[in-house]
Design a protein around this ligand. Structure first.
Ligand code: PGA
Length: 245
């Protein structure tokens, strides 16, 4: 399976800073790049995606579930598509936590994104408290079952699932290989029972949470992991290049 690397800039970098980053990334990208790469920029920088090397896609970090209307401050799927956006992160734990995004809302957003031809990076993962109380499988099941409710098997090719344990995001703590492998198995089991064995096998699953160039190699070797969602470490273009290469 082709590897995929998604950078999540979160609320970082002004447009001049993004332009510098793009220049650096374009100049140092491997000629033999064999992975899919996507930069999820802040909304205000999406228009700069046109300056990226054509092998790099541009992504958004969120979108609204409705097509248009009186939703002050929100951004629609159409608006993203018009800017050449190809991917959208949905259900990031920061959106769940700080913006009260429910599983139901996430399901609506996924349906809207797919209807507009956007590839979805669906984030799932347990908190430390949930892990300590042995609820990881239950939480992953809840998040995935509701996110994918009403989604048909042929639509799964438009969805990448990122396993991001909440306690590993931005903390410098990386989940252990065993924990990641276990989560990947749980996710595939869920896909298999709701869809088919083939769908489970084909499902793209990424890891996210404090991944750096130092830990990328061992994480990417984990059975079933086909890439990474990178936050903090993606903000330095050279570090992100190291991760993808
Ligand atoms: P991090 O963020 O790599 O800084 O932990 C990952 C993410 O939130 O997607």
């Amino acid at each position: 399976m082709k590897k995929i690397f998604v950078a999540n800039f979160k609320m970082n970098k002004t447009n001049p800073e993004v332009l510098d980053y793009i220049q650096e990334l374009n100049n140092h990208l491997l000629e033999s790049l064999s992975s899919d790469v996507c930069l999820c920029l802040p909304y205000t920088s999406l228009c700069l995606g046109k300056f990226l090397d054509e092998r790099i896609a541009v992504g958004a970090q969120n979108m609204h579930e409705e097509d248009f209307g009186p939703f002050t401050g929100e951004i629609s799927a159409d608006m993203l598509c018009c800017l050449g956006v190809k991917y959208v992160i949905i259900g990031h734990s920061e959106r769940r936590k700080y913006f009260n995004e429910t599983n139901e809302k996430i399901n609506k957003k996924i349906k809207t994104a797919l209807r507009h031809g956007l590839k979805v990076v669906l984030c799932v993962g347990e908190t430390k408290v949930q892990r300590n109380s042995k609820r990881t499988t239950e939480i992953l099941s809840q998040q995935i079952e509701s996110a994918l409710s009403g989604i048909f098997e042929n639509e799964l090719k438009g969805i990448i699932i990122a396993y991001e344990p909440v306690w590993a995001i931005g903390t410098g703590k990386v989940a252990s290989s065993e924990d990641i492998e276990e989560a990947v198995k749980t996710i595939r089991k869920l896909i298999s029972s709701h869809y088919s064995k083939q769908a489970a096998q084909d499902q793209k699953i990424l890891y996210g949470g404090s991944l750096t160039s130092g830990t990328a190699k061992s994480i990417l070797k984990i059975d079933g992991i086909c890439g990474a969602l990178v936050g903090g470490a993606s903000l330095d273009p050279n570090e992100f290049i190291k991760i993808i290469s």
